[in-house]
Design a binder for this molecule. Structure first.
Ligand code: PMP
Length: 406
């Protein structure tokens, strides 16, 4: 029988502990490279100017109310979200074989996909993640009872993609496995396959009848170009895959706390595709209803307004270029400072990697030494959030790294 006292203590979320330690540190030059959120050059959160504008329009709209959204969410938001990731002329949209549900940001979208697959994918398939991946993938898929495993991804020697290992891992997985792929700006490594490599992966997944599950948390935030960051997803759809997509608007709109996200399921082409997608939608609606009833409105209203208005959309693209551009310039600055200092090792991976994070290759010992000596906070796996660097601290950080690796 259940006794409350028998519930064991869960381990602390490592990022949570890191953030608490950072906050408690009173050193004036402390640096936070743990946080997975954009910071401006003054290390401050940045409300996108286009989000401010949309917020102003919404708040002063006399027709605004606080009624429930439909179960599938705000239709103007979900349809724009589908176009954003799939592309306006996507065969999946033209042939009406995609369905979209608004979710509790990207986390909720990954969960909705996991839950759906756990119920309808026959044979209790194993879900394969890159090693490493966003830590929450392990919990989300385990929580719905799906077995999990990993495929190799990161090469410690090149600090780039272990493409041969990745292909081997995917080839060795039993046919009809679920393969989780990061659409762009892989978290935590910052390492993405090239377009040629994506094409090879598509061939391999097709041969093995694997099911691709794309997690897309950084569209537009990675390269500054929304279409470029969606390339892999669009390619797989054009290749006729049945797949699903978890889409987050936390990073690209800076709407972290508003929890705006979307889950998309795309069926393969075929005469019955539209009836199939109708049945899938009906099941997703029941899952959504039983978990959250209706998704939250405000973030979806902001993102929806911006995506549906030509002028606001252009301004958003500019804001995306500001964020991605600042991060790319910090990558260049960090690499060149380390090279100037003659820091042992190679540092090209800092600029080869893309997106919010960089896998520096620093060992746990070095990470802890840097925390101790310089009050710079990063996860023990050597991952740094590039957004935590700015013109005021990049040299300071480079010097701390230099000291630790010598
Ligand atoms: N997937 C990946 C790979 C991520 O990095 C993140 C953000 N850390 C998410 C999903 C989901 O984030 P959110 O729920 O805030 O949208």
């Amino acid at each position: 029988s259940f006794t409350a006292e028998a519930v064991p203590q869960a381990p602390e979320d490592p990022l949570f502990g890191l953030m608490a330690a950072y906050r408690a540190d009173t050193f004036d030059k402390k640096v936070d490279l743990g946080i997975g959120a954009y910071r401006d050059d003054n290390a401050k959160p940045w409300v996108l100017p286009v989000v401010k504008r949309a917020d102003e329009i919404l708040r002063t709209d006399p027709a605004l109310n606080h009624e429930y959204l439909p179960i599938a969410g705000l239709a103007t938001f979900t349809s724009a979200a589908a176009k954003l990731i799939l592309g306006e002329s996507s065969p999946a949209l033209l042939e009406k074989r995609a369905t979209s549900f608004q979710t509790i940001s990207g986390t909720g979208a990954v969960h909705m996909g996991a839950l759906f697959l756990s119920k309808f994918f026959p044979g209790n398939p194993t879900v394969y993640f890159s090693n490493p991946t966003w830590a929450n993938h392990h919990q989300i898929f385990s929580n719905v009872g799906l077995p999990i495993a990993t495929y190799p991804y990161f090469s410690k020697s090149t600090k780039g993609l272990d493409f041969e290992g990745m292909k081997r891992g995917i080839a060795e997985a039993p046919d009809h496995s679920i393969i989780l792929l990061h659409a762009c700006a892989h978290n935590p490594t910052g390492v993405d396959p090239t377009q040629e490599q994506w094409k090879e992966l598509a061939v391999l997944l097709k041969e093995k009848s694997h099911f691709p599950f794309f997690d897309c948390a950084y569209q537009g935030f990675a390269s500054g170009d929304l279409a470029k960051d969606a390339w892999a997803v669009r390619y797989f759809v054009e290749e006729g895959f049945e797949l699903c997509i978890a889409q987050s608007f936390a990073k690209n709109f800076g709407l972290y706390g508003e929890r705006a996200g979307c889950f998309h399921f795309v069926t393969g082409p075929g005469v019955d595709a539209q009836t199939t997608i109708g049945r899938i939608s009906s099941q997703l609606a029941i899952l959504q209803r039983s978990e959250i009833s209706n998704p939250p409105a405000y973030g979806a209203r902001i993102a929806g307004l911006i995506m549906n208005d030509e002028e606001l959309f252009k301004e958003w693209e500019e804001n995306l270029r500001t964020m991605s551009g600042r991060i790319i310039s910090m990558r260049k600055a960090l690499r060149s400072k380390l090279e100037e200092l003659g820091t042992p090792g190679t540092w090209n991976h800092i600029t080869d990697q893309i997106g919010m994070f960089s896998f520096t290759g620093l060992t746990e010992k070095q990470v802890l030494q840097i925390r101790e000596d310089a009050h710079v906070y990063m996860t023990k796996n050597g991952r740094i959030s590039m957004a935590g660097l700015n013109t005021g601290n990049v040299e300071y950080f480079a010097k701390a790294v230099d000291k630790a690796v010598r």
